[in-house]
Design a protein around this ligand. Structure first.
Ligand code: C5P
Length: 232
């Protein structure tokens, strides 16, 4: 893995799970630790890239510009801004597919008083959700016919009766239109929060795949950059 083979390149990596607030104290979130995305950012910097890491997790990485976000909509704005002059964009963040339709500016109470008699309503509230934008698909769309930036997506898949993990990965790569898809097999105890990872790296328009791991997230990162470097 060439030290310096990303020198002069501008790289943007998203990482971590988004948090979608319900009220000032509660959010909908997921188990993404951000470790794989942070490892990708660190590996790119070590290979000479100028790196922007857009993350929801605490990050203290030398030689990386860190932009902290919380929600999918904040992530979207940060990614569009940073992608404008990037050579490579990696969407490693676990973006919430849905967010609460409304944000309550004060804490939602367990019981609320109803009526002049002060009777209490302790029924459970229903939370309405709306879809978040697919940021990866938007980045592909706004690139249009331009060759830059190279766009890398991640997919967490399980095999099922409709196909293997790889079948689902290939279908997602075509559907999303990105250049590279890093497919994680997920399930009990796999990937989320772990220090090791096992992935398959797919390239659009190529039948080949690169299998990596179980390996540290740092080693997985270098394998991903090895593939990306061949496309630059
Ligand atoms: O469709 P799925 O969520 O499996 O796709 C995963 C890929 O899409 C990841 O690269 C993730 O960062 C990205 N994504 C996104 N915006 C969403 C959902 C996923 O950019 N709303």
């Amino acid at each position: 893995q060439g030290r310096g083979d990303l020198s002069g390149r501008r790289v943007v990596v998203s990482a971590g799970g988004t948090r979608e607030p319900l009220d000032p104290v509660r959010y909908l979130g997921n188990r993404s630790s951000g470790k794989q995305g942070h490892a990708l950012a660190a590996a790119a910097a070590a290979r000479g890239a100028q790196v922007t890491l857009v993350t929801s997790a605490a990050a203290d990485l030398p030689d990386v510009d860190v932009v902290t976000i919380e929600t999918a909509l904040q992530l979207r704005d940060a990614m569009h801004a940073a992608a404008a002059d990037a050579d490579v964009v990696v969407m490693a963040a676990a973006v919430a597919d849905f967010r609460p339709a409304t944000y309550a500016p004060s804490k939602i109470k367990k019981t609320h008083e109803v009526g002049p008699d002060g009777a209490e309503d302790d029924s459970a509230p229903t939370i309405a959700l709306v879809r978040n934008p697919d940021i990866l698909a938007e980045l592909v769309e706004s690139r249009g016919a331009s060759p830059a930036p190279i766009i890398v997506g991640f997919a967490a898949e399980t095999g099922d009766e409709n196909g293997s993990v790889l079948d689902h990965g290939r279908a997602k790569l075509e559907r999303k239109g990105c250049d590279v898809l890093v497919v994680n097999e997920v399930g009990e105890g796999k990937t989320f929060g772990a220090d090791d990872n096992t992935v398959t790296v797919l390239r659009r328009g190529s039948a080949e795949s690169v299998e990596v791991g179980p390996a540290t997230k740092a080693a997985v990162s270098d394998a991903v950059w090895d593939v990306v470097v061949t496309l630059l």
